[in-house]
Design a protein around this ligand. Structure first.
Ligand code: FAD
Ligand code: SIN
Length: 534
């Protein structure tokens, strides 16, 4: 099947939907999404969205918190524009119908999370993402100019490469003409030609075995852009959320929102002793990289499987009304958070790097924009400040919309692009070749490319990954395309970029921490070193 649309949006999370709702005023929009439209990381967001609303908060404070959390590797211009545009974007969410909790006086009930110097996180109980996702999706479904294709997996974006031209990362005027998309129901690959394409495919948490991310987070968009010779950057900065519920059989790991620590919950060890004072004066509310590393260190020293989050001293009624989701989930596994400490461990949560874009969300490939977790805007630097991700998606989808809609009249379809050619491929009868590769990949990343890294571990990861890459590329060339095979191939590409960029970074900065490059500011703390044992 061949299709022509003005705007092709790949992904139905906050980045894709907020762009689509605006783009629909300028042309026909097609959203492709690989599962059901609602199944996104957006839906699982708990804490909320950071924005300056009332005194005593100021833009300058939010900017400073973002730069401090990001270990000053952020692009300050991008930080400023994102934070100052935040209130306008949040108001649009409210106009679309998103409800944020309010206090009795009618003001937003603001929460606080790690690294924030003020209460500034707008939220809907502890289910902020669900409220945003279902509202935006309802709006998109009602819009006659938006078509949503569920169970459509994007395989690759289309460029001059598909016209037979040899391209590389310095080819000038590399252009995106749309994408090849696998219709999973009819088992065929469609050609969707578009004037403008937005990559909004989310993160890549599934490169690790333990992640808060849903199964859709396999880094597809980043891998596609890398293959198409676009630029991907800052992939070494993987954010591990300090507090996922310790429940080893559960995938994805259930998040215990940081807002709970903002509400007064305290991290403790098995004996009930607070330990964050050894690491940072902000204690349990230090930025995530510091808290996750501290927990990792405590676990290595104690040999325990988890630490605890203690809410028992907090007012029970308030706790239940603010965190009904966490309360219900914990109760379902036998933990009453008003009486029991919650066992928690760090878990892969967020990818700070991704597809390099400019201040308009434009990638290094013409007519290809990227927004949301798959993009790298410069906002987060070496570590994302909590609740800045939903915000970044809104700001950059808006900017991409404005930029693209000013250009779209001058863009035409490229009908010379051929349809997908599956000649010479056969159906792969051995799924084990794929499932086992995913397990091996995740084991490599967990063991060697986690919270604490070393040159030796990274080299070992690179060597092991090379074998998986060779085998998977070989399988890909001879197989009829299926989603799982594409996903494992994409995960390998993303893992390769994480490892390569981690090897290239000869310092400890933000989320990238290497025992071979100790940080001067960490001198007071001796991190447990397993480096030479591996
Ligand atoms: P997503 O919402 O993940 O959407 C990606 C979309 O792309 C999906 O529709 C998926 O199906 C589609 N897709 C992917 N690959 C393909 C493909 N090959 N073909 C077609 N479609 C594809 N951030 C905050 O700011 N505040 C929070 O409170 C917060 N809490 C979080 C809690 C959890 C448990 C998690 C996992 C994340 C949280 N985050 C939070 C991070 C934030 O939710 C995400 O970064 C953000 O929602 C990403 O939005 P997105 O639109 O970029 O991607
Ligand atoms: C949380 O609620 O702790 C997650 C917030 C985020 O990832 O920004």
């Amino acid at each position: 099947m061949r299709k022509h649309v003005d705007f092709l949006v790949i992904g139905s999370g906050i980045a894709g939907l907020s762009f689509a709702l605006k783009a629909a005023s300028k042309g026909r929009v097609c959203i492709v999404t690989k599962g059901s439209a609602e199944e996104t990381a957006t839906k699982y967001a708990q804490g909320g969205i950071a924005a300056v609303t009332y005194n005593p908060d100021t833009y300058e404070k939010h900017i400073k918190d973002t730069l401090v959390a990001g270990d000053e590797l952020n692009d300050e211009k991008i930080v400023r524009l994102t934070i100052t545009e935040a209130p306008e974007r949040v108001n649009e969410l409210v106009d679309w119908g998103v409800e944020f909790d309010k206090t009795e006086s009618g003001r937003y009930d603001l929460a606080r999370e790690g690294g924030h110097s003020e209460f500034r996180v707008l939220h809907y109980k502890d289910q902020s993402g669900l409220e945003i996702e279902r509202t935006l999706l309802r709006q998109a479904r009602e819009n006659p100019n938006i078509e949503i294709l569920e169970n459509h997996f994007t395989v690759d974006i289309l460029t001059q490469h598909h016209l037979g031209m040899e391209v590389n990362r310095s080819t000038p005027d590399l252009n995106c003409f749309g994408a090849y998309v696998l219709d999973k129901v009819n088992n065929r690959i469609d050609t969707i030609l578009a004037k403008v394409t937005l990559m909004a495919t989310g993160g890549a948490g599934n490169v690790y075995a333990t992640t808060t991310n849903p199964p859709i987070a396999t880094g597809d968009g980043i891998a596609m852009v890398h293959r198409a010779k676009g630029i991907v950057e800052k992939m070494e900065f993987i954010q591990f959320h300090p507090t996922a519920l310790y429940n080893p059989s559960e995938k994805p790991a259930f998040l215990i929102t940081e807002a709970l620590r903002g509400f007064g919950a305290i991290l403790k060890d098995r004996k009930g002793a607070e330990f964050m004072h050894k690491y940072d004066s902000r204690l349990s509310l230090a930025p995530r990289d510091i808290v996750a590393r501290a927990i990792d260190n405590e676990l290595k020293i104690s040999g325990d499987d988890h630490v605890y989050l203690d809410c028992r001293h907090l007012d029970k009624e308030e706790l239940l009304s603010h965190f009904p989701g966490v309360f219900a989930k914990c109760l379902s596994v036998g933990i009453d958070i008003s009486k029991d400490m919650i066992p928690v461990v760090p878990s892969a949560h967020y990818l700070c790097g991704g597809i390099k874009v400019d201040e308009n969300g434009l990638s290094t490939i013409r007519n290809l924009y990227a927004s949301g977790e798959c993009s790298s805007t410069g906002l987060h630097g070496a570590n994302r400040l909590a609740s800045n991700s939903l915000l970044e998606s809104l700001v950059f989808s808006h900017r991409a919309f404005v930029h693209a809609s000013n250009k779209i009249k001058a863009i035409s379809f490229n009908d010379d692009i051929p349809d997908w050619d599956a000649e010479g491929t056969v159906i792969n009868e051995e799924m084990v070749l794929i499932t086992q590769t995913i397990k091996e990949l995740q084991a490599i990343m967990d063991s060697y490319v986690g919270i604490v890294r070393s040159n030796l571990r990274l080299q070992r990861a690179a060597d092991r990954l090379a074998i998986l890459r060779r085998e998977t590329e070989d399988l890909y060339k001879r197989s009829v395309i299926i989603e799982k095979l594409c996903e494992v191939r994409n995960l390998i590409t993303v893992a390769g970029q994480i490892i390569r960029m981690a090897q290239e970074r000869k310092e400890s900065r933000g989320l990238h921490f290497s025992i071979d490059y100790p940080k001067p500011s960490d001198k007071g703390v001796v991190y447990f070193d397993l480096g030479n044992e591996l």
